[in-house]
Design a protein around this ligand. Structure first.
Ligand SMILES: [Zn+2]
Length: 268
């Protein structure tokens, strides 16, 4: 009899807990969401490996001809992470950091498309493209149109890292009916854990204001340290962490269909 009472009490306590958690974490279509991309993968082996251990649907943007391009794409695939080609594009300055496979303004259409297609085949299982640098090239509609046509025929989506306020990439993606996303917050412009944490909170704030927010970071040790902590228990911040594909669906209200399964629940 006593044992039965205890059992009943436990059951009641559990029910109470469940209802409280529903009150504090309402699950609805309107819940603000965050999504995160880690750029510049391929050069720093140890840092890249650490970054790939981040929990949840983190997407990885891999540079096309780096020493560890192939290995990192394979590891990301094994962990069911979304993969982007991190396409180097000519910037207004510091073009010494572009690396191999860059798209530049002086290229003919033929050179441009050849370079782009070689890059696309260098990164296995990519589902989209985002720009590495590109503050000059992303302002030029002619070249960006060549990019969009290639992406359209491949069924890929575009993420505008927004390295220039004058980028025409999102407008062209829209005109070409290509799913696209735009970066809201850069997480680690300063390599300081306090700063990165504050940028993560900014991402959460933007998500609560706009309904969703996309952050971009890099495989720096400080970034990985902060993200591994906050992403482990992301519900605590009142947001849901979703993949890029899910974000595209959410933003387009189901209008754009992106191929392949959802990856929100894998790689956690
Ligand atoms: Zn980059």
């Amino acid at each position: 009899m006593r044992r039965d009472m205890l059992h009943l009490n436990n059951k009641l306590a559990l029910l109470l807990l469940i209802s409280i958690s529903f009150i504090t974490h309402p699950v609805s279509a309107e819940q603000p969401t965050i999504s995160i991309i880690i750029d510049d993968i391929g050069y720093r082996h140890q840092d890249d490996l650490m970054s790939l251990t981040l929990p949840g649907p983190v997407a990885y943007a891999i540079l096309p001809h780096a020493p560890h391009t192939k290995k990192m794409a394979q590891l990301a695939s094994i962990r069911n992470k979304e993969i982007l080609l991190h396409q180097p594009m000519q910037a207004m300055e510091k073009n010494e950091y572009l690396g191999p496979g860059a798209l530049t303004l002086n290229m003919s259409q033929e050179e441009f498309l050849q370079t782009l297609n070689i890059n696309i085949s260098a990164v296995e299982n990519l589902i989209g493209i985002n720009n590495h640098m590109g503050s000059l090239l992303t302002r030029h509609p002619g070249h960006m149109q060549w990019l969009m046509e290639t992406m359209k025929s491949n069924g890929q989506f575009y993420v505008d890292s927004l390295t220039s306020d004058d980028s025409v990439a999102s407008r062209l993606a829209k005109e070409n009916n290509i799913p696209y996303l735009t970066r809201d917050v850069f997480l680690d412009n300063k390599l300081d854990e306090k700063y990165i944490r504050a940028q993560f909170m900014e991402l959460v704030k933007v998500a609560k204001r706009k309904g969703s927010a996309l952050g971009i970071g890099h495989p720096h040790a400080a970034t990985t340290a902060v993200l591994s902590k906050v992403l482990k228990d992301v519900q605590k911040y009142g947001v849901k962490f979703i993949s890029l594909k899910s974000l595209i669906k959410k933003k387009a209200n189901g209008k754009h269909y992106v191929k392949g399964p959802e990856t929100d629940t894998v790689g956690m």
